[in-house]
Design a protein around this ligand. Structure first.
Ligand code: NAG
Ligand code: NAG
Ligand code: NAG
Length: 484
C-alpha cells in the first residue's frame, strides 16, 4: 500500500443505513467520501450497489482509510454508542496526526462525549460529538445536525455539515452548538422534547375522543385543521395521517394498536439530567412516566375493574372545546420548550458551555422529528435577545401563553371532572402557575424541615440562617447537612 492518494474530503466508519445515507448525501453535495466498515465485505457491497456510479471510495483497512483522507483528516463514526466508539477511536489514532478531527455522529450519552473531547484534545486531536436527527430519510436528504466539541474543528466540518443538513428558508439546520458534550446534550434534550410533544398530542386525542366521542376520521379532520395554524409541525402532520389510515377491513388502524409505549432511554436521560441539575422539567418527566404507566397494561386492565371514576358527561360547547384543546396543546408546548431551554441553560452553566440558543432553535426548525413553525418563533425570540432569561419572558410567548390560558384551564379541569388523564397538560399548567407566583408555600416547608431536622431557614427580612426552638424541648443544634 505504498502510494495511496489522499482523495477524500471526509471518511465515514459504519455502513448501517444511517451511515450509508449520510455518505450518499455528502456525495450528492459534491464531497468525496471514503467509506469503511469493520466487516470489509460491506464496503465492497456498498460500492457495487448503493454507491455505484458515485465518487465514493472505499477502504479495506483502517490504515488505508486514513491514508485516503485529505488533511486535516476528518473521520466520522456512525457506530453503536458506547464501547464501539472508544474502540474505533483507539484504532484510528495511530494513523492520524495532530490537528486531525474525529467526529462521533452516533447517539452517545453526553458525559462520554465530554470525556472523549478532553482526552483527544489532550493528545492534540480535535473531537466533535454531533447529534444527528431525522432518521434514515433525514440522513439521506437533510438531517438536523447538532455539532459540539473542539471549536477549532468547526471551520473544517462546517462546509460539509451545512451542505448536507436540512434547510429552512435557505438556512441550514446545523450550527455550532458549544464546547465538549454540548452537541450530544442538545440532541438528548431534543429527544426529551420529542417525548413531550408526542405525549401532549396523545392527550389531546384522548380527551377529544372520550369527552366528545369523536371518531378517528373526525379527529383526523381536526388535526388537519390544526396543522394549518400555530401548531403546524411534523408530529401533528403524521398524527393526521395516522388517524386517517385504514386497516384492511376499512376501520382505523390506530384503534387496533396495543397501548403500551416503548422507549429507548433518551427521554429518561433528559429527566435524569434535569434532576441532577435541579431544573423542573416537569412535562418531559410526565411524558416518560406516562410511557411507563402505559407499559404496565395487564395491571391497568385489572385496575380498570376495581377502581371507578366519575360518570360525568361533557355538556359544554363542542366546537369551543375543540378550540380549547388546541390552546391547551399550544400552551403546554410553550411550557415544555421553556423548560427545555431552562435545562440547557443550567447544564451550560454547569459544564462551561456557551450555548447558541437561537442556533439550537434553528437546528430543530427543520430536518428533525420536532420540526415546526413554532421553532421559528423561538429562533426569533433568541435572535432578538440572546440573553433572554426565559422563553416565557419574550413578548411573543408571554402573549401567546396568556391568550391560551382560558382554554388550557378549561381542558385540564374538564379532564379532572371527566376522569381523563392529562399528565403533560396539567403538569405544564401547574408549572405555569407555580412559576408566576412570587410566593410559594415553601415557607411552610422550610419550617417543617427546621422543626423535625433543625435544618435552619432564612427570614424574608434577614438572610442569616436561623433555627427556632419550635417545641420548647428540642435541642438547639442545627443540622449542618443543609449548609454542607
Ligand atoms: C458494518 O455494517 C453493518 C451493516 O451492514 C452495521 O450493522 C455495522 O454496525 C457496521 N459496523 C462497523 C462498526 O463498521
Ligand atoms: C439577622 O439575624 C441574625 C441572626 O439572628 C442577627 O444576628 C442579625 O443581627 C440580624 N440582622 C439584622 C439586620 O436584623
Ligand atoms: C427550648 O425552649 C424551652 C422552653 O422555653 C426551653 O426549656 C429549652 O431549654 C429550649 N431548648 C433549647 C435547646 O434552647
Amino acid at each position: 500500500m505504498s502510494a495511496v492518494a489522499a482523495v477524500a474530503d471526509i471518511g465515514l466508519i459504519g455502513l448501517a443505513v444511517m451511515g450509508q445515507n449520510l455518505i450518499l448525501n455528502m456525495n450528492d453535495n459534491g464531497f468525496t467520501v471514503c467509506a469503511y466498515n469493520r466487516t470489509v465485505s460491506k464496503v465492497d457491497h456498498f460500492l457495487a450497489n448503493e454507491a455505484k456510479g458515485t465518487n465514493i471510495v472505499g477502504a479495506h483497512s483502517i490504515e488505508e482509510f486514513c491514508k485516503k483522507l485529505k488533511r486535516p483528516r476528518k473521520v466520522m463514526m456512525l457506530v453503536k454508542a458506547g464501547q464501539a466508539v472508544d474502540d474505533f477511536i483507539d484504532q484510528v489514532l495511530p494513523f492520524l496526526e495532530k490537528g486531525d478531527i474525529i467526529i462521533d455522529g452516533g447517539n452517545s450519552h453526553f458525559p462520554d462525549t465530554i470525556r472523549r473531547t478532553k482526552e483527544l484534545e489532550a493528545k492534540g486531536f480535535l473531537f466533535v460529538g454531533c447529534g444527528v436527527s431525522g432518521g434514515e430519510e433525514g440522513a439521506r436528504y437533510g438531517p438536523s445536525m447538532m455539532p459540539g466539541g473542539s471549536k477549532d474543528a468547526w471551520p473544517h466540518v462546517k462546509p460539509i455539515f451545512q451542505a448536507i443538513a436540512a434547510k429552512v428558508d435557505g438556512e441550514p439546520c446545523c450550527d455550532w452548538v458549544g464546547e465538549t458534550g454540548a452537541g450530544h446534550y442538545v440532541k438528548m434534550v431534543h429527544n426529551g422534547i420529542e417525548y413531550g410533544d408526542m405525549q401532549m398530542i396523545c392527550e389531546a386525542y384522548h380527551i377529544l375522543k372520550e369527552a366528545l366521542g369523536l371518531t378517528a376520521d373526525e379527529l383526523g379532520d381536526i388535526f388537519t385543521e390544526w396543522n394549518q395554524g400555530e401548531l403546524d409541525s411534523y408530529l401533528i402532520e403524521i398524527t393526521r395521517d395516522i388517524l386517517k389510515f385504514k386497516d384492511t377491513d376499512g376501520s382505523p388502524l390506530v384503534e387496533h394498536i396495543k397501548d403500551t409505549a416503548g422507549q429507548k432511554g433518551t427521554g429518561k436521560w433528559t429527566v435524569v439530567s434535569a434532576l441532577d441539575n435541579g431544573m423542573p422539567v416537569t412535562l418531559i418527566g410526565e411524558a416518560v412516566f406516562a410511557r411507563c404507566l402505559s407499559a404496565i397494561k395487564d395491571e391497568r386492565v385489572r385496575a380498570s375493574s376495581i377502581l371507578s371514576g366519575p360518570n360525568a358527561k361533557f355538556t359544554g360547547d363542542k366546537k369551543q372545546f375543540i378550540h380549547d384543546v388546541s390552546k391547551a396543546l399550544y400552551a403546554s408546548k410553550i411550557i415544555s420548550y421553556a423548560q427545555g431551554f431552562m435545562l440547557m441553560r443550567e447544564a451550560a452553566k454547569e459544564n462551561g458551555w456557551h450555548l447558541n440558543n437561537a442556533g439550537i432553535a434553528l437546528m430543530w426548525r427543520g430536518g428533525c422529528i420536532i420540526r415546526s413553525v413554532f421553532l421559528g418563533d423561538i429562533k426569533t425570540a433568541y435572535t432578538k435577545n440572546p440573553e433572554l432569561e426565559n422563553l416565557l419572558f419574550d413578548p411573543f410567548f408571554t402573549k401567546a401563553v396568556t391568550e391560551a390560558t382560558q382554554g388550557w384551564r378549561n381542558v385540564v379541569s374538564q379532564g379532572a371532572l371527566l376522569g381523563v388523564p392529562t399528565p403533560a397538560m396539567s403538569s405544564a399548567l401547574a408549572f405555569f402557575d407555580g412559576y408566576r407566583h412570587a410566593v410559594l408555600p415553601a415557607n411552610l416547608l422550610q419550617a417543617q424541615r427546621d422543626y423535625f431536622g433543625a435544618h435552619t431557614y432564612q427570614r424574608l427580612d434577614n438572610e442569616s440562617w436561623v433555627h427556632t426552638n419550635w417545641t420548647g424541648r428540642g435541642g438547639n443544634v442545627a443540622s449542618t447537612t443543609y449548609l454542607a
